[in-house]
Design a protein around this ligand. Structure first.
Ligand code: NAD
Length: 490
């Protein structure tokens, strides 16, 4: 391994850290929780200034969400990561335990759109699970990542357990070459592919939290006024620069016109100065321009917006019309305050439209019939589906596993699954009662009677009903006894 690698220090620190019981590791982060609360204004101001998102969003979606997640994590991690005892169905006289073993030195690579809460959710989870972490934040938002360093500097962690390495994609690629034990990546699909390919060379296990082109389904029985307000917010908060923002609307034909006129009114009433997050990364402008140009070429209707309000703000935009589902705006992530709308006649069509693209992070369904909404939800290709709520909001529910399917990636942050993902399972199997047991009847030498015994074993396992099972158990018992007493044996 390269001696200049930050993972050398990580591994030293991790060995000391992993010796501590998980309860003690979790308690170390209580000062970070307190500090997030006490210095909310200061931290939110740094994020607001660097990323540009409205101060309210910095308080609620970054600092506030971090407080809620950390509280849950500190309380629940000890139970979730505790050694688990497993009863064994094939050899019930034996038992097993599953230990959750930290990977070791974890590399977390982050994006710029949620520069504090995303790293909090991955870094502190990995640390509590017993890992050391090197964070490579986005080169666009390094100051926000330093908040995490400030928080963790008050948590009495071993030197080098948490490190930040700043830089662009080349630095991220170099860090992977230094062979961390696990990579947790959040970013675009294009970069995710490169990260996975680089990890495959070693191979290093990787979690990919990638983009989404998330949809909202509006049924004809929905409260349209409420659903239109949800869509206006879900498509535009943080300037639409959210992996789980509403990028597609799938609306029941019978209410489509009414719903869209409510939505247009709401989109036009969003205050650019007060409510609309500016473009954080100027490279996004090209995507907006090309998606709008593609829509115009297809003669789609730009029902509102479609232009820049100023250097850093794009007007909230609605695109609709025949053929919208073939447009780039429908199939690819725009990552801006732009939403495309199509209609459906039947629930089957709504599901088909939703599942017709390659990504699937979150989805939302608006309907006054909870059973119908749940039936639709159960058919959607998406990691999280919210009913009468925006899918992105589920990111602030600490116990829910966050992540997608298809090109939205795999692996999970948050919830039980997120914690378990920060570990590998070590199984220890042993006798229930006595350590001294007879030699196994399936050991050498092999022979016809032994094969017969295994067939009885299969029949016993497959037997249907108590009587058949008892009959097969008796035959198996006789065959096994013959095997146990046979000579000569190895
Ligand atoms: P990006 O892919 O451009 O960059 C992400 C990170 O990867 C940055 O830190 C960057 O420096 C680094 N990087 C770039 N090239 C690399 C390489 N070859 N090897 C290693 N690291 C490399 O993404 P972004 O523009 O910062 O973030 C926006 C994207 O992130 C959107 O697509 C969004 O949907 C996605 N995202 C997903 C989630 C989720 O939870 N699924 C959350 C937030 C953002």
């Amino acid at each position: 391994m390269n001696e200049a690698s930050p993972f050398t220090q990580s591994r030293r620190a991790q060995q000391i850290w992993a010796e501590l019981p998980v309860e003690q590791r979790a308690e170390r982060f209580i000062p970070a929780l307190r500090m997030l609360d006490e210095r909310t204004d200061e931290f939110a101001a740094i994020i607001h200034q660097e990323n540009g998102k409205p101060l309210f969003e910095a308080v609620a979606h970054e600092v506030g969400a971090s407080i809620c997640y950390l509280k849950w994590l500190i309380e629940r991690a000890p139970e979730i990561l505790a050694e688990e005892e497993v009863s064994l169905s094939v050899f019930p006289h034996r038992k097993a335990t599953i230990q959750r073993v930290p990977w070791g030195a974890v590399l977390v690579i982050g994006p710029w759109n949620v520069p504090l809460y995303i790293p909090v959710g991955q870094v502190i989870t990995a640390l509590i699970a017993g890992n050391a972490v090197v964070l490579k934040p986005s080169e666009v938002t390094p100051k926000s990542a330093r908040i995490l360093e400030e928080l963790l500097s008050h948590c009495c962690l071993p030197d080098g357990l948490f490190q930040i390495v700043e830089g662009d994609g080349r630095v991220g690629a170099k860090l992977i070459k230094n062979k961390p034990d696990k990579v947790m990546f959040t970013g675009s699909v294009a970069t995710g592919r490169k990260v996975m390919a680089a990890c495959a060379k070693h191979p290093i296990p990787v979690t990919l939290e990638l983009g989404g082109v998330d949809a909202m389904i509006v049924c004809e029985d929905a409260n349209l006024e409420y659903a239109a307000s949800a869509a206006a917010w879900g498509a535009t908060f943080n300037g639409g620069q959210v992996c789980a923002s509403v990028e597609r609307l799938i609306i029941a034909e019978s209410v489509r016109e009414r719903f869209l006129s409510l939505l247009i009114d709401k989109l036009e009433r969003i205050s650019p100065e007060r409510d609309l997050g500016p473009i954080t990364f100027s490279g996004q402008k090209e995507v907006y321009n090309s998606h709008i140009a593609d829509a115009r070429e297809r003669a789609l209707e730009i029902a509102t917006g479609g232009h820049f309000i100023d250097e850093r703000r794009f007007a909230p935009t609605l695109v609709t019309g025949n053929g919208v589902t073939n447009a780039a705006i429908w199939k690819e992530e725009t990552f801006g305050p732009i939403v495309a709308a199509s209609g459906f006649e039947t629930d089957d069509q709504a599901v088909e439209l939703h599942n017709g693209i390659s990504s699937g992070l979150t989805a939302s369904i608006f309907s006054s019939n909870p059973d119908r909404a749940k039936r639709i939800a159960s058919r959607l290709k998406a990691g999280l589906v919210a009913i009468n709520e925006i899918g992105a909001t589920l990111y602030s529910q600490p116990e829910l596993p966050w992540g997608g399917v298809g090109t939205s990636g795999f692996g999970r942050s948050h919830g039980r699954e997120g914690l378990v993902d920060c570990t590998w399972p070590r199984v220890i199997e042993q006798a229930r009662v006595s350590n001294i047991e007879p030699k196994r009847p399936w050991w050498y030498p092999y022979g016809a009677k032994q094969t017969e015994m295994m067939k009885h074993f299969g029949r016993f396992q497959a037997a249907d009903g108590r009587i058949d099972q008892l009959a097969e158990a008796a035959k198996l018992g006789r065959a096994a006894t013959q095997m146990l007493t046979r000579t000569p044996r190895l």
